[in-house]
Each structure stands twice: as structure tokens, then as C-alpha cells.
Design a binder for this molecule. Structure first.
Ligand code: ATP
Ligand code: MG
Length: 566
């Protein structure tokens, strides 16, 4: 193929709206163009990368016995009512009506459709286990579409659904999915880590996310540096070892004046107490009304844990007016004593014997607050955000933190969907049982962007060979020079014959432009036919290592292959 004939509209300028490297580089190198917020067109180079990622994914899904299907994008609301998710999914679900005013949505995920299919078509234990998957567009009206392909509103996902007879079957399917994902991301040349994860809107019990390690990642991962321990979790899910501290001896409750002292730092500085003896009282709005979450002054609330604990659909920090109405005091002086709002008390707060809290009165705090005595503590909750340095939940060693991009997730769903959607089968005894389900998804388009986040430099993208749009570019320095042009053509032919995907940059551009574009697009290897062609030599260059070798034209294929295999 010739660059002069390909649609590769590279840009010199850095697009202003692009905050992260993958967004910037995929725009600049002519891979994608924006159509609307979170909605993109994939140009020929991007499509080639996506096809390669899909091919790897297909091979690995087929290897574990997955059967490829294609489910519709447009889904009738009835199915979503049946699963209960029409309401649960909220504003992220793209909803539409047909001409008869019947409700539909654009699939953000396909549990409903696939479970309904299997419920109708599968009857017997003999047909299980069943692993069905598809590669297809997904639609989510994300609150903040951003970072280019990393968080789109239309994106490509591979989703697989497993149907088993029992929990043991699900365990086996889960293991297969987990191993298949490990192979997929390894073959893509990504540095990644599988971490324990929250199950979110999909639901279920056990889940792992596959995180590509990158500073630009939106996800925070905490992990135990002790490899023998190996604990790693999304911070949304992470726990740490519970080390109860009392913060002093029990004493009578006392109100003290704290004029203008609102923040943790102000209060602890003024009263001369450590942050871990202070209790933060945060008011949240939910669909069931206000709740107050209590964590120690040296901790943050983990809103995912809090939401799971409360089992609510919406959770947002209350605004100033709501706080003042509920506490009778300005923001900064809220406290649990006498508060007429349900309390969720973190276990570390419950362990305190003498704490400092707001007094629900302007410019005042309570000291010697004893949870259980001065305000009710019902049940235990773990709602704190774990941070680097906290003791590992398993071994107690200090945890470390890294950022990651979630490229895939596997879930054990159990009977959540099969029961409500009546996906039953008959076992050997003829007894009807619900199928036990699992699911997993890979963000194909996000994985492409994640690969760029991990593999680029100041000059452009450096594609891992397995997913590169082309393996090599052959670049005649001066196309006007008949010898150079001919040598470049011969090398490209020889590469093609040897199974190496090579493009010929036959454009009558200045050499500088062509070299810059080759670096920007990120072909793993560049073959330059320049002045050394006169001596029968071409230059072979490795994009990643920046190594170059001047070789006889006949040895170019061998030299290119050596770089591709390195
Ligand atoms: P996130 O937490 O990042 O919003 P999610 O957990 O909601 O993602 P899943 O439902 O687990 O996503 O979807 C499976 C995979 O689809 C994700 O691991 C991710 O790779 C991809 N994905 C999810 N949302 C998007 C999006 N808005 N844009 C691109 N890819 C996405
Ligand atoms: Mg996920």
C-alpha cells in the first residue's frame, strides 16, 4: 500500500482539547476524528489496529470455547423492566422511542438480551456450560465523556456471557475468562495488573478489573508490594487491616467554642488534637433522603462503599442549604450528637472513646464524644477510602498506590439475571434450576488508546508489533531519484512477500515531513532508501529503541524481521 493513496491526515498542531497523550496522538497521527462529545470516526489506520485487537480477542475467546454471536444494539424497554435496570441505570442509558411511542434503549451492555435468548433456547443441563460473546458498539451517555477514546459515549466492546449449571461451573468459567484476558492483554504488549473490583451497575459478587498501568489512568489501584501476598484492588473496593484506636479515655461530653474553625486542619490546630480523634460528619443526599457518613478526620469517605452499604441508586454530597436545614448550623459544624438523620458510622469511628465532632451549632464542637453513648451506632460499616501507607488487609504491610486504565472486567453474576429473566434448565433429575451466570467485557477502543498511553514518546506513537496498523514503512528519501524510488519499491515487495505489512511512503514530501510522520504514526520499523542506495544499501530503523542499521538491500527483510521480533 502507498501512503499517497491512504487517508492518513496527520496534523502538525497539538489539538487544544486533548488532555492526554492517546487523545492527542490519535488525532495528530490521523487515526480518529471527533464527531460529537465522546463519539468518533475511526480512520483506516485505527480500523487496522482495531481489527488486530479484535482478532486477538476472538482467538482467545474461541480458545476457551466461546461462540461468537451478534446481539442488537436497540433493545426493548420491557427486557430492562424485567431485570429492574430500566430505572437503576439512570441517565447513562440512551433511551429512545419508536413511531408507536414504545420505549427502547441503546445497549450499554447486553445481560438482558442474552439472558432472554438463553432462557428461550436452552432447556437442559446437557447444553451447559455455554459461553456466548460478541464484539459490538456500546452506548453510554457518560456524565463526562473525555480523554478521547478512553471514555466515549459510543465505543466498541467485546462482551462474553457464561451460563453454567452451578457455582463450581461458574468458578471454572470465571477462571477461563480470567486466563483468556491475561493472554489477550499480554499479546497486546501491555503492562497490566488484575485487581479486585466493585461490581457497580452490572451487579454480582466477585469481580476483577484488568488495569493497564499508566499515570493518566482514572482508576487508582492499591496493592501490596509484598509479591508473596499479592493483594491488589481498585481503591473503590480496597480494604485495609482494621486497627482500632480509642483516641483516649471516656470522659463526660463537653461543648467547646471553636470560633470560625471549620476544616479538619483548623479544628485540630485550634484544639491541639490529632486528626484521627476528630470525626468528620458528611451529609449525603440519596433517593431515600439525607444520610450522614462518619469517618475519622485523617480519612476520606469511599462513596462506592457507602453507596453499596446503603444500597441506594443515587448518592451526592448535600448542598449548603440542605446541610444547614438538617443540622441547624453552618457548614463545618455538623456532628452526629442529636442529629435527626440516619448515621453510617465507619468502624474506626465506632472504636473511638473520646472524639471531637461538630456540635450542630455555629462556632462550636463537642469533645469527649463517645460513639454508642452520645450517638447511636447500629452495625459496623467500612466506608473509608484506603490510601498508600495503610496496612494491607491480608498481611498488614504498608500498601502502595498506582494509577491504571480499566481495559477489561470479569464478573461472577450468579443468579441475579437468570432468576428474574427465568433462564432455567432441567438437571439430570428433571428438576428446574436457575442457570449460574458470569460475564466479562473488554473495551476494544479503550484498549487501543491505553496502548498509546503506555507506548509513546515525544515524537509520537510506538505501536506494539502485535497491534501496529502496519509493521513497517518504507521511505524513499527523494522520490524524484529513480534509483531510490525503485529500491524502496523492491523492499516493500520483498517485505510483503515475507508476510511483513509494509507501506511505501511515496509522497513527494520533504524528507523531514515523512520522517516526522513515520515517527508520529508509530510504525515499529522504518526502512529508508536514501543516498546509500547508490551502494546497494538501505537503512533499517527500530522505532522503539531508535537503533539503526545500514544493510545491503537484499538483507532488509531479515533486518526488519529481527527488529519486529526483538
Ligand atoms: P468505567 O468504570 O471506566 O466507567 P465500567 O466499569 O463502567 O467502566 P464495564 O461495564 O466493566 O465498564 O465495561 C467493560 C469494559 O468496557 C471496561 O473495562 C472498559 O474497558 C470499557 N468501557 C466502559 N466504559 C467505557 C467508555 N465510556 N468508553 C470506552 N470504553 C469503555
Ligand atoms: Mg468495569
Amino acid at each position: 500500500m502507498r501512503v499517497s493513496e491512504l487517508l492518513i491526515p496527520t496534523l502538525r498542531e497539538v489539538p487544544a482539547e486533548a488532555e492526554v497523550a492517546s487523545h492527542r496522538l490519535l488525532l495528530r497521527a490521523g487515526f480518529i476524528r471527533k464527531v460529537a462529545a465522546g463519539i468518533y470516526t475511526y480512520l483506516p489506520l485505527a480500523q487496522r489496529v482495531l481489527m488486530k485487537i479484535k482478532a486477538i480477542v476472538r482467538e482467545e475467546m474461541n480458545r476457551i470455547g466461546g461462540q461468537e454471536i451478534l446481539l442488537p444494539i436497540i433493545q426493548p424497554a420491557e427486557l430492562w423492566h424485567q431485570s429492574g435496570r430500566w430505572n437503576v441505570y439512570g441517565p447513562e442509558l440512551f433511551r429512545l422511542q419508536d413511531r408507536h411511542k414504545r420505549d427502547f434503549c441503546l445497549g450499554p451492555t447486553h445481560e438482558e438480551i442474552v439472558t432472554a435468548l438463553v432462557a428461550a433456547e436452552v432447556r437442559s443441563y446437557k447444553q451447559l456450560p455455554l459461553l456466548l460473546y460478541q464484539i459490538q458498539n456500546k452506548y453510554r451517555d457518560e456524565r463526562r465523556p473525555r480523554f478521547g477514546l478512553l471514555r466515549g459515549r459510543e465505543f466498541v466492546m467485546k462482551d462474553l456471557y457464561s451460563f453454567d449449571r452451578d457455582e463450581e461451573g461458574l468458578d471454572r468459567s470465571y477462571q477461563k475468562m480470567f486466563e483468556a484476558y491475561t493472554r489477550v492483554f499480554s499479546r497486546m504488549g501491555l503492562r497490566f495488573r488484575a485487581v479486585e473490583a466493585d461490581t457497580g451497575a452490572i451487579g454480582g459478587s466477585v469481580s476483577h478489573e484488568f488495569m493497564v498501568l499508566a499515570d493518566s489512568g482514572e482508576a487508582v489501584i492499591v496493592y501490596c508490594p509484598d509479591e508473596a501476598c499479592g493483594y491488589a484492588a481498585n481503591v473503590e473496593k480496597a480494604e485495609s487491616m482494621f486497627v482500632p484506636e480509642t483516641g483516649g479515655e471516656e470522659a463526660p461530653l463537653e461543648m467547646v467554642a471553636t470560633p470560625g474553625m471549620r476544616t479538619v486542619e483548623e479544628v485540630i490546630g485550634f484544639l491541639g488534637v490529632p486528626a484521627k480523634r476528630l470525626v468528620k460528619t458528611l451529609l449525603y443526599r440519596t433517593e431515600r433522603g439525607l444520610v450522614a457518613a462518619l469517618v475519622r478526620g485523617d480519612r476520606e469517605v469511599n462513596e462506592v462503599k457507602l453507596q453499596n452499604h446503603l444500597d441506594v441508586l443515587t448518592l451526592e454530597l448535600a448542598d449548603e442549604a440542605a446541610i444547614e436545614a438538617a443540622t441547624g448550623a453552618p457548614v463545618g459544624f455538623s456532628g452526629p450528637v442529636g442529629l435527626k438523620v440516619p448515621l453510617v458510622v465507619d468502624r474506626e469511628v465506632a472504636a473511638l472513646k473520646a472524639a471531637v465532632t461538630g456540635a450542630n451549632k455555629a462556632d462550636a464542637h463537642f469533645v469527649n464524644v463517645c460513639p454508642g453513648r452520645d450517638f447511636p451506632v447500629t452495625g459496623t460499616a467500612d466506608i473509608r477510602l484506603v490510601a498508600a501507607g495503610d496496612p494491607c488487609a491480608r498481611c498488614g504491610k504498608p500498601l502502595a498506590e498506582v494509577r491504571g486504565i480499566e481495559v477489561g472486567q470479569v464478573f461472577k453474576l450468579g443468579e441475579k439475571y437468570s432468576r428474574v429473566m427465568e433462564a432455567f434448565y432441567l438437571d439430570e433429575q428433571g428438576i428446574q434450576r436457575p442457570m449460574v451466570m458470569g460475564t466479562c467485557g473488554i473495551g476494544i477502543t479503550r484498549a487501543m488508546a491505553a496502548a498509546v498511553e503506555q507506548h509513546h514518546d515525544a515524537d509520537g506513537i510506538i505501536w506494539p508489533v502485535s497491534i501496529a496498523p502496519f509493521h513497517a514503512v518504507v521511505l524513499p528519501v527523494n522520490v524524484q531519484d529513480a534509483e531510490q524510488a525503485a529500491a524502496a519499491g523492491r523492499v516493500q515487495q520483498a517485505l510483503a512477500a515475507a508476510g511483513v505489512e509494509a507501506v511505501l511512503d511515496d509522497r513527494a514530501e520533504r524528507p523531514g515531513v515523512k520522517f516526522k510522520d513515520a515517527d508520529l504514526v508509530g510504525y515499529p520499523v522504518r526502512v529508508t532508501a536514501g543516498r546509500h542506495v547508490a551502494e546497494g544499501m538501505v537503512e533499517v530503523h527500530n522505532r522503539r529503541t531508535r537503533e539503526s542499521a545500514l544493510v545491503p538491500e537484499e538483507e532488509a527483510v531479515t533486518a526488519v524481521k529481527k527488529f519486529l521480533e526483538a
